[in-house]
Write a protein that binds this ligand. Structure first.
Ligand SMILES: Nc1ncnc2c1ncn2[C@@H]1O[C@H](COP(=O)(O)OP(=O)(O)O)[C@@H](O)[C@H]1O
Ligand SMILES: Cc1cn([C@H]2C[C@H](O)[C@@H](COP(=O)(O)OP(=O)(O)O)O2)c(=O)[nH]c1=O
Length: 213
């Protein structure tokens, strides 16, 4: 069935997402990325997926800890996304804020599509129904080999249901991100996340500078 509802009007703010396999280094850079705009007096709304609202955080707890089949998993991350998008992201963009979101739909194509092997055409339909044409203006993809990410994750934190997966799963997730980047290279910018923190920071700074952000 074709979804014929019109896309909602383009929002005024800026929507930036951060992506990568677990242990890629996203959390280590998000404060500095946000500061780039707060230093100029812009309002930055920092949020994450799955999560960002009370309902979506409840769904996050289920997705990260409960065993479930791939369709249930895909529906739950999109249900969380719908609530988050409508309650937080669209209103913030309409107010002119910078929305900086730790993961969004590229993670679904990477983890559920790549990692779990779930049908990409179904994910694309859900994406359309849930987002009604809304896409990030920019996605910073922290990319590095799965082995290196696993070493970085180490034993520092109790692994959730995804972090307990084997290297082959993360190789497939990474390939899922690469497909999304190839399909939309203007939006999804790959960063080499295998270097030192300083080198990685230079990478995202160069991308933002090239956009005049
Ligand atoms: N460039 C880097 N080089 C080496 N270790 C790093 C680098 N960036 C982050 N780390 C470390 O790797 C681990 C995972 O980083 P984190 O930022 O939590 O990743 P993510 O949020 O993508 O899962 C942390 O212990 C962090 O200190
Ligand atoms: C947004 C999203 C995340 N995930 C997974 C990826 C991560 O393993 C996990 C939560 O991501 P993350 O917030 O990066 O976890 P942490 O707080 O441990 O750094 O959820 C999906 O499988 N599908 C999705 O659509």
């Amino acid at each position: 069935m074709t979804d014929t509802r019109p896309a909602q009007p383009a929002p005024a703010g800026r929507f930036i997402t951060i992506e990568g396999i677990d242990g890629a280094g996203k959390s280590s850079h998000v404060d500095a990325i946000a500061q780039r705009w707060t230093a100029r007096g812009l309002v930055v709304v920092r949020t994450r997926e799955p999560g960002g609202t009370a309902l979506a955080e409840t769904l996050r707890g289920l997705v990260l800890e409960q065993a479930m089949d791939p369709l249930t998993e895909a529906l739950l991350v999109f249900a969380a996304r719908r609530d988050h998008t409508e309650q937080v992201i669209r209103p913030a963009l309409a107010r002119g804020a910078v929305v900086l979101c730790d993961r969004y739909t590229d993670a679904t194509f990477a983890y559920q599509g790549g990692g779990r092997g779930f049908d990409l055409a179904v994910l694309a339909q859900l994406e359309q129904w849930v987002q009604q044409g809304l896409q990030p203006d920019l996605t910073l993809w922290f990319d590095l080999p799965s082995e290196l990410a696993a070493q970085r994750r180490g034993a520092a934190r109790a692994p959730d249901r995804f972090e307990r997966e084997q290297l082959a799963f993360f190789d497939a997730v990474r390939a899922g991100y690469a497909r999304r980047a190839a399909a939309d290279p203007q939006r999804v910018r790959r960063l080499d996340a295998s270097g030192t923190p300083e080198q990685v920071a230079q990478g995202w700074q160069a991308v933002l500078a090239s956009l005049g952000w």
